[in-house]
Ligand binder design. Structure first.
Ligand SMILES: [Zn+2]
Length: 140
């Protein structure tokens, strides 16, 4: 009688078995394996888009600079754009790329393979995945 009572008490004890814990860990691992690539892809994509927005800001500042300059020309010196950037300083790439501005000589091509007309802007990021932006040639 005493023995039976002990067995019932043991069986009634709450807790997880090793197998149940392993199943939970396995399910979490499967969810992580599915979610992590999607998350990292979204983070990378957001960085690329922020970089592109920076390049568009530089393009706008170049337009403002051109309108104010005496000889109606763009500049390749980003420091000269500070007055045209509004309240913000020169944008910084979220992945630590650095920007450079090139004025096409008519032979340069944009990221989509189109030729950039002579005298038009090409704004480049040094980060290899961010490429360049040619206002009016690349899609905004
Ligand atoms: Zn960049």
């Amino acid at each position: 009688m005493q023995r039976n009572k002990q067995r019932t008490a043991k069986r009634g004890r709450r807790g997880f078995t090793l197998i149940e814990m392993l199943v939970v860990v396995l399910v979490i691992a499967i969810l992580m394996a599915v979610a992590m690539p999607l998350y990292l892809g979204a983070v990378t994509d957001a960085g690329r888009k922020a970089c592109r927005a920076n390049m568009q800001t530089i393009a706008s500042a170049e337009q403002a600079f051109r309108l104010r300059s005496s000889n109606f020309s763009y500049t390749t010196d980003l420091n000269q754009l500070n007055a045209s950037m509004g309240s913000t300083a020169t944008p910084v790439c979220p992945y630590n790329g650095s920007y450079s501005v090139e004025i096409s000589d008519g032979s340069a091509t944009s990221d989509n393979g189109q030729t950039v007309p002579a005298g038009s802007l090409i704004i480049r990021c040094s980060h290899p995945a961010h490429g360049s932006f040619a206002p009016g040639v690349d899609s905004e």
